[in-house]
Write a protein that binds this ligand. Structure first.
Ligand SMILES: Nc1ncnc2c1ncn2[C@@H]1O[C@H](COP(=O)(O)OP(=O)(O)OP(=O)(O)O)[C@@H](O)[C@H]1O
Ligand SMILES: [Mg+2]
Length: 426
């Protein structure tokens, strides 16, 4: 079999979304929530209603179970900051079910859509770069279990790739710094061929932190009920949040130009209308918080009990959770050999949904996109660099994982010291 025809299947496990699918999906993966529902339903009642009594349900079927708000406590999201706790029994059940759901959905039968005989997928699982070894071991065990409960032939071999490395691969970058930021975590990852593990900084920061500040703002504006609905808050953040070029001057400009920055929003498909009144400038707090939660403006929030993102400890050093992203990049790169620092600084790649901010036309003077914001933060720390945003930032890890699976040699078997190669199942 030549390399192009290898049936690679990639799964990128995100804190909120799993991106998955075989190589023949082309540019875009399939997506499902990284969550499972543990129904209360009894076997008898399930049979009467004609549904299978599953211990845990994943995929689009979950919404069928979410009939009432009380049921939300039976929903389990297995990952925090990209990691599943070792003894989170429910969490691992959800991971198993999702892998099973994803693979079965695309099982092609005896031949692939390209007409090649199908003898099992080459499965690439993309995990956060800071994943502990037990995550690797569990993933391998789960894939074996899924394959044998299928009766074999679903997965031929499996490998695991760190998410930022997958991004570097999809960009064909050898020496670079990848910043992968999703819903739950931000991995600042210097890469020179492989991830430089001693320089990796996994921050407890992501889109979910922008959600928290958005909820607080909604509460302060008198929309407490809406602030409790997670999905609503997330959509509102994506629609309304802006990244300021420089927070204080962006706020001042907005205050002195009433009406220039939109303040009334109707939420599509609902009856909800939100009016920020003369507080349209608050839209900038949402974007700033993600890049720089240590800005003095947020002090008033912390005093009222709102908490900054949690600290991370790397190699015995405490990185404050509220560090600005420019400084975090400086710290990560400073941990690498001086010889490669210029190359790491020169090529900074932004990836992940949390960088998806847009600057509305007409507001370019005060609102910026993510690469420009990071450029400004780096400049403030004395570093010159023009970070670049990857295309389709939410799907770059999946795409890179497909490329990775296509090119690692079939005869390279999994090696625990280099953490690469294929683990064959049969
Ligand atoms: N246009 C947008 N503006 C702001 N945020 C956005 C936008 N689009 C997506 N996001 C945010 O991106 C996040 C999801 O990104 P992504 O799918 O990369 O995360 P994930 O892979 O589930 O999590 P992680 O990689 O942290 O484990 C969500 O918080 C979402 O609100
Ligand atoms: Mg992700």
């Amino acid at each position: 079999m030549n390399v192009i025809q290898r049936p690679v299947f990639a799964i990128d496990f995100g804190t909120s979304l799993v991106k998955f699918g075989p190589v023949w999906r082309g540019r875009y993966p399939d997506i499902t929530d990284n969550r499972g529902y543990f129904p209360k339903i009894s076997k008898v009642s399930a049979e009467i209603r004609g549904i299978k009594a599953e211990e845990v349900v994943v995929g689009p079927e979950v919404s069928e179970y979410l009939e009432s708000k009380a049921d939300l406590s039976r929903l389990h999201y297995p990952m925090r900051n990209g990691v599943v706790e070792r003894d989170d029994v429910r969490g691992w059940k959800v991971i198993l079910k999702i892998i099973e759901y994803a693979l079965r959905k695309y099982y092609p039968g005896p031949r692939t859509p390209e007409g090649e005989p199908f003898c099992g997928f080459f499965l690439v699982v993309a995990l956060a770069a800071q994943s502990p070894v037990y995550m690797y071991e569990r993933m391998f065990d789960i894939v074996k279990e899924v394959n044998s409960s299928f009766g074999g032939g679903l997965v031929k071999a499996v490998t695991i790739v760190p998410q930022p490395l997958a991004v570097a691969i999809s960009e064909k970058a050898v020496t670079c710094t990848v910043i992968e930021s999703g819903h739950g975590n931000t991995q600042i990852t210097p890469i020179s061929r492989d991830v430089i593990r001693s320089a990796l900084i996994p921050l407890n920061r992501g889109g979910s932190d922008s959600d928290r500040i958005t909820a607080q703002i909604l509460k302060d504006l008198g929309y407490s009920d809406l602030a409790r609905e997670e999905k609503f808050v997330k959509n509102f953040k994506e629609m309304v949040g802006l990244v300021p070029r420089e927070l204080k001057s962006s706020i001042e400009w907005t205050k002195s130009h009433p009406g220039a920055v939109k303040s009334e929003f109707s939420i599509p498909g609902t009856t909800v209308k939100i009016d920020l009144g003369d507080k349209a400038w608050m839209r900038f707090l949402i974007g700033e918080y993600f890049f720089n939660p240590s800005h003095e403006v947020f002090q008033s929030y912390y005093i009222r009990g709102f908490t900054p993102p949690k600290d991370t400890v790397v190699g015995g050093e405490v990185i404050p959770g509220s560090v600005d992203l420019g400084d975090a990049v400086r710290i990560a790169i400073s941990k690498t050999p001086i010889e490669i620092q210029p190359a790491l600084l020169k090529r900074i790649i932004l990836s992940g949904g949390a960088f998806n901010w847009k600057a509305p036309t007409g507001l370019e003077g005060i609102a910026v996109n993510s690469p420009e914001k990071l450029r400004i933060l780096l400049k403030a720390r004395g570093m010159d660099s023009s970070p670049a945003m990857i295309r389709d930032p939410q799907f770059s890890v999946w795409r890179g994982a497909i490329v990775y699976g296509t090119y690692i040699p079939e005869d390279l078997s999994w090696d625990w010291s280099s953490m690469e190669g294929w683990l064959y199942l049969e």
